[in-house]
Design a protein around this ligand. Sequence first.
Ligand code: TYM
Length: 332
Amino acid sequence: VPRVVSGVQPSADSLHLGNYVGALRNWVDMQDDNDCVFFVADLHSITTGQDPATMSERTRVTAAQYIAAGIDPERSTLLIQSQVPEHTQLSWVLNCITGYGEAARMTQFKDKSVKQGAENTTVGLFTYPVLMAADILVYQANQVPVGEDQRQHLELTRTLAQRFNSRFGETFAVPDAKILENSAKVYDLQNPTAKMSKSAPSDAGLVRLLDPAKKNAKKIKSAVTDDGTEVRFDRQAKPGISNLLTIYSSLTGTPVGTLEAEYEGRMYGHLKVDLAEVVTQTLDPIQKRAQELLDDPAELDRLLARGADKARGIAAQTLREVYDRMGFLPGV
Ligand code: TYM
């Protein structure tokens, strides 16, 4: 059975629609015919600074959203990255086979470090993609479902797996990125040529999974649209409408072409009203379920501890093999 691995950073309060459409939602169906490992990437979230007071809560809220969105902790392995130390241990080994220049070419690092300024940029941010490679390789992943923005990191992961295998002997599966064409990138509602992101300068274009339905509906109805009146998918000429169509299509499973036909002769406003309703219908059960889970944090923590235990069973085996291949003394 193919192994699938993916994760999301625990971000403030709630995940957003980009995380859901680009990642989380696609994970759910993959549980049917894969052995899935999903984790909350809390260690990645400290690369740009963190607030200890909110960390544990953000981590629980994120895990709760996974389950509420349909990740079944019985069928899949659900864990918190920091609770499985093998991720970090393997990342050190991978750091030592990653070229400095190779890491310096990562566009997400370049963008973030420019934004933050050199004095605020940590070594952790620089080696972030290497930890990500470790997250994936430690479980011998075959497939990694992510959004478009992670493509380059997946390329690095493949390179590192192949490099390790050729230097030290076949050890790692070489994973494929699974980037779904129609949902790989959700754009900011107010700035539909930039990806929807928690770090966008304004909050108005961001739909949070756990925000009140009214607030999200209002944001969708105020989404920037384009010149003209025709509801048609055209990423260049109509980025705003194209984004709404993408979201609509991926939440309902209706092909974009069918939506275009349905909205022929109707106005942008109709599409927005209907999409607001679709988003509400999608998020409502997720919000309810997440709240139930968060009402019993001790039970949630127990469930996550079980997940971490299960995960360590796989991860420790990979790490042992890696250490053996590299010639470290056997463990005690
Ligand atoms: P993160 O937390 O930024 O995003 C999590 C997932 O959501 C996708 N995504 C989007 N998809 C479509 N449109 C958007 N606007 C959008 N914004 C985010 C991302 O592509 C991603 O799939 N480094 C990763 C977390 C990570 C990871 C891993 C992922 C750490 N280790 C190992 C896979 C495997 C990250 O920061 O994603």
